[in-house]
Design a protein around this ligand. Structure first.
Ligand SMILES: Nc1ncnc2c1ncn2[C@@H]1O[C@H](COP(=O)(O)OP(=O)(O)O)[C@@H](O)[C@H]1O
Ligand SMILES: [Mg+2]
Length: 358
């Protein structure tokens, strides 16, 4: 039986297509955006900067044929860039010479996929989502790593209930392991009472070190809890790791749409596929009667997804038990595996597993 094709397979396939006249593929040039794959239906857009009709046609046809030939693909839709994105369209600049390879990228050979969890601003539940998604992925049988790249406010040590210092072998740091998840955080390396003022380049270097100098070993998925915001440091960071894709966490209010849009744009700028938007604190389930109450304006995350042309991965309830579990060092997915909250995290993890193929 043909295996279901996922987003990563499609991106890998498109990486084989060279830009005409260049020794560099169309993905690394940033042409390919918004890749989606579900049940054999594949869609992506090609954000051309060139006005040359024959180059555009040649790339479009080659890309379509290549993806159509993939086992499990039923149909392929190629669209232009979503409205408002033409300014970020990519391609070789005039006079640019083709060059293979991406200098400065850190290779993590044993790590199959890397997923960055980002948000336009802090406090929307990025760490909570990272921790519980990691646990749900591990429950589904994946070997999972969790990198706390939020060096401004590392909360993974607290949320995972780990305080010790990591061991060192030679020049390498051993990841801490808790709840079947390998993890690393600056919170393990810097005493809690010591504050560090990070500037852009330092953020970049610090996070590179956590990636390069940690013995991650074999992982199906490395989840990165990104620093809040979308500044330059994030851009360099997303460029220095071969990211499989990015998730953007938001809350349901319409004002959050602006932040979600910024988060999505950050990934798009560096040509990281958008795995989708997750809406956290979407609704409240009454613990007494089970009735669902929407506390904020509803559907902001879904509307943002539609407006931006990216997948909507799911919604997660606002629940004191989620917060308490995090504060006490055991993610809700582990603390209360049968709960509705856990079920919501599992659904999001399943969608993620399908799209990254782990
Ligand atoms: N779905 C949720 N239900 C209840 N509390 C939540 C939920 N998501 C996050 N929180 C709480 O909100 C606060 C901020 O979440 P956190 O994951 O630290 O956000 P971020 O990493 O984006 O700054 C934490 O106290 C956390 O426990
Ligand atoms: Mg956080």
């Amino acid at each position: 039986m043909a295996q279901e094709v996922n987003m990563r397979d499609v991106v890998d396939c498109l990486k084989q297509i060279m830009y005409p006249g260049f020794d560099r593929d169309i993905v690394s040039f940033g042409l390919v955006k918004n890749v989606q794959a579900s049940n054999g239906h594949v869609a992506f857009s090609l954000a051309f900067s060139t006005q040359d009709e024959s180059t555009r046609r040649q790339i479009t046809m080659t890309a379509k044929e290549a993806v159509e030939r993939m086992p499990g693909v039923q149909d392929v839709q190629i669209t232009g860039p979503p409205p408002g994105q033409s300014a970020t369209a990519q391609g070789p600049a005039a006079g640019q010479h083709g060059q293979a390879g991406q200098p400065g990228k850190i290779e993590l050979p044993g790590v199959k996929t890397i997923v960055a969890v980002a948000s336009g601003k802090g406090g929307v539940g990025k760490s909570t989502v990272s921790v519980n998604l990691s646990a749900a992925l591990a429950d589904a049988g994946a070997s999972v790593g969790l990198l706390d790249a939020d060096i401004y406010g590392p909360s993974i040590p607290t949320m995972m209930g780990v305080k010790d210092q990591p061991g060192v072998v030679g020049q390498k740091i051993l990841p801490m392991i808790a709840h079947d998840i390998k993890m690393m955080s600056f919170g393990f390396l810097i005493p809690e009472d010591q504050s560090v003022t990070w500037r852009g380049p330092m953020v970049h270097q610090a996070v590179q070190q956590l990636l390069r100098d940690v013995l991650w070993g074999e992982l199906d998925c490395l989840v990165i809890d990104m620093p809040p915001g979308t500044g330059d440091a994030h851009l360099t960071l997303t460029q220095s790791v071969p990211l499989t894709g990015g998730l953007v966490v938001t809350t349901p209010q319409d004002v959050a749409l602006i932040d979600a849009r910024r988060g999505v744009a950050m990934f798009q700028q560096v040509n990281v596929p958008i795995l989708g938007i997750i809406e956290n604190m979407s609704y409240f389930n009454c613990p007494h009667c089970g009735e669902r109450t929407d506390i904020f304006t509803t559907g902001g995350g879904r509307r943002a997804s539609e407006a931006l042309g990216v997948p909507f991965v799911g919604e997660l309830p606002l629940d004191p038990a989620v917060c308490l579990a995090g504060d006490q060092g055991t993610p809700i997915v582990r603390r209360d595996p049968e709960s509705q909250q856990t079920e919501a995290f599992r659904r999001v993890a399943e969608t993620l597993r399908t799209s990254i193929g782990v």
